[in-house]
Design a protein. Structure first.
Length: 116
């Protein structure tokens, strides 16, 4: 007897109950309408991947090759100092220790500038 081919269930997105019961029509301020806009959203994620691919997933300070979750796209010139999200101003750094240490140095430099 031939084997029965596997069947796959199609999963439909489920609207959370609190949206249905409390607001039948979603307002523009609802979390659903703002998805992908926090901390850069989808455009930043795409740019981040583009930087990783350009740098071959290699930390530009120590040369370590890492996976996506071990790396950060870092601004060479911080946005707080006038840097942009342009590809030329972004580099791949490993999260620990390179990005952590660079961020700490930038924070210390910013604290010294504010005191003077």
């Amino acid at each position: 007897m031939p084997a029965k081919p596997p069947t796959f269930r199609v999963r439909r997105p489920v609207t959370p109950v609190h949206y249905v019961t409390h607001s039948p029509v979603l307002s523009p301020d609802s979390p659903v309408e703002r998805w992908g806009q926090g901390r850069g959203g989808r455009p930043w994620r795409r740019l981040r991947i583009e930087v990783f691919e350009r740098d071959l997933y290699t930390c530009q300070l120590c040369g370590r090759v890492g996976r996506e979750h071990e790396l950060d796209a870092d601004h060479v010139k911080p946005v707080s100092e006038g840097g942009t999200d342009d590809l030329n101003n972004l580099q791949t750094l490993c999260r620990t220790p390179c990005h952590r240490d660079k961020t700490a140095r930038e924070a210390a430099r910013a604290a010294n500038v504010k005191r003077t």
